[in-house]
Design a protein around this ligand. Structure first.
Ligand SMILES: [Zn+2]
Length: 445
């Protein structure tokens, strides 16, 4: 298994720290609004990564946080005349609803800043104790000058960063690059701390949570490319100082999603919310997976529609295969994959996934399998081969998070099929049409 490690800028062989266990952390949303389609990309990508590891027999420990303390949440709460907890809970629920609609699992550890305040405060206090952070007037800053490798992840030079940061002059800070760990405040949710009554800055929560939950360097840290600097750079600086490791052995970053070549932003008025997308969101998932996760993706509604059509057609193909086997009572629970053509598509699929999660190539393998399935459906075929094809399709789609809805026939459905066939045999076309219409209504043919 090869993974492109953003930290070393190289394709590396993936070896989990503990054989058979993969630890993953993905930066989660700040919950002050519904997520837009760009936020959906890491939600789908890292879920697919998790699914692949799981399918290969690993136990995946998956953690992703909720930032439920933030200026934007305070602003939203004021605007709506609600408290911050109500606002964040509303958008946490909305987020998880979107995650499920995107076909991603919501079954993961979801730490929140409000429930981690004590541990974050302790983490910051430790950094102050070692001189890696300093307090001025109740605020705490990280001392970047003590971090030897600062800028390594995002490939930036310290001098360039300093000259670039000059516009933002803060008299209190020792260096313009020093970032806020704790902010003294009289507004919004706040906690008592050895520094002041205030709240943590954004950059400490992830490392404090990782340290608490895993207690060691994890295997994979994921997130969008836009988080690489400063957020992930700052996570590494703190973890190096506090935990003597760089958070994760493999850093994975997904590319940006833009609209027609333009960056999606609220101010440009071109941001599309996931909840506002029409049609089956699994079609959107297919769209996201059709581009390699590291490449930029240019979104358009026309393309979305075409992927939704593709998905609907592909799902129908697998459903027809399932139903044909079910109707003939030849469905088997587990098929031994011995057919060389089908086995070849599986090998191709796995090879693509093993090569830095190349989902576009994995989809090519799936399309080759669909071709085989269509051929099997066109002519009388061996049920053993058909069962193998079904099993291969379920395997691939399970990893891609695109599980087809496969509903076994009930007695009434079966009776309808029999009646339809009988009517056709006796050339009672009116009855045959009636039965056929009912089968269509039940979405069975
Ligand atoms: Zn983070």
């Amino acid at each position: 298994m090869k993974i492109f490690n953003s930290y070393t800028n190289a394709l590396e062989t993936f070896v989990p720290r503990h054989p058979g266990v993969v630890s993953m952390y993905v930066c989660g949303p700040t919950v002050y609004n519904y997520i837009h389609i760009g936020n959906a990309r890491p939600v789908v990508i890292f879920d697919t990564v998790r699914r692949y590891f799981t399918a290969k027999g690993n136990r995946v420990q998956f953690v992703s946080n909720f930032t439920d303390v933030d200026d934007k949440i305070i602003a939203k709460a004021k605007e709506q005349g609600k408290d911050e907890a109500t606002v964040s809970q509303f958008y946490i629920d909305a987020f998880l609803h979107d995650v499920e609609a995107l076909g991603s699992s919501v079954d993961y550890i979801q730490p929140r800043v409000t429930r981690y305040a004590d541990k974050i405060i302790d983490y910051i206090a430790d950094l102050v104790k070692t001189g890696d952070a300093y307090e001025i007037d109740g605020d705490v800053y990280f001392r970047v000058s003590k971090s030897a490798d600062y800028g390594r992840l995002s490939n930036r030079k310290l001098d360039d960063l300093i000259s670039g940061a000059r516009v933002e002059v803060n008299e209190k800070k020792e260096s313009p690059l020093d970032f806020t760990l704790w902010k003294k405040t009289a507004e919004g949710l706040r906690w008592d701390s050895p520094f002041s009554v205030g709240r943590p800055g954004w950059h400490t929560e992830c490392v404090a949570m990782i340290d608490d939950i895993f207690g060691e360097e994890i295997d994979i840290h994921g997130g969008g490319m836009d988080l690489m600097f400063p957020h992930h750079e700052n996570e590494i600086a703190q973890a190096c100082a506090h935990d003597h490791h760089r958070v994760a052995r493999y850093w994975m970053h997904n590319g940006r999603l833009d609209i027609g070549g333009e960056k999606m932003s609220k101010s440009l008025g071109n941001d599309i919310k996931v909840k506002d997308l029409e049609g089956d969101l699994r079609g959107f998932r297919l769209y996201l997976l059709a581009t390699h996760y590291r490449a930029p993706l240019s979104f358009s509604l026309e393309n979305l529609e075409s992927y939704q059509k593709d998905w609907s057609r592909d799902e129908k193909t697998v459903q027809t295969l399932f139903r044909t086997l079910d109707r003939n009572r030849t469905l088997t629970v587990h098929a031994v994959l011995s057919d060389p053509e089908i086995a070849a598509t599986l090998t191709q699929f796995d090879e693509a996934m093993e090569n830095d999660f190349n989902t576009p190539n994995a989809l090519t393998a799936f399309n080759a399998l669909l071709k085989i399935i269509n051929n099997l459906l066109r002519r009388p075929s061996e049920p053993t081969v058909m069962n193998q094809a079904l099993e291969a399709a379920r395997y691939m789609l399970g990893i891609l998070g695109l599980e087809p809805v496969l509903k076994p026939l009930d007695d009434e459905d079966r009776a309808l099929f029999v009646s339809w066939e009988d009517a056709r045999k006796t050339k009672d076309f009116a009855a045959a049409d009636r039965f056929r219409a009912e089968l269509v209504r039940r979405d069975l043919i």
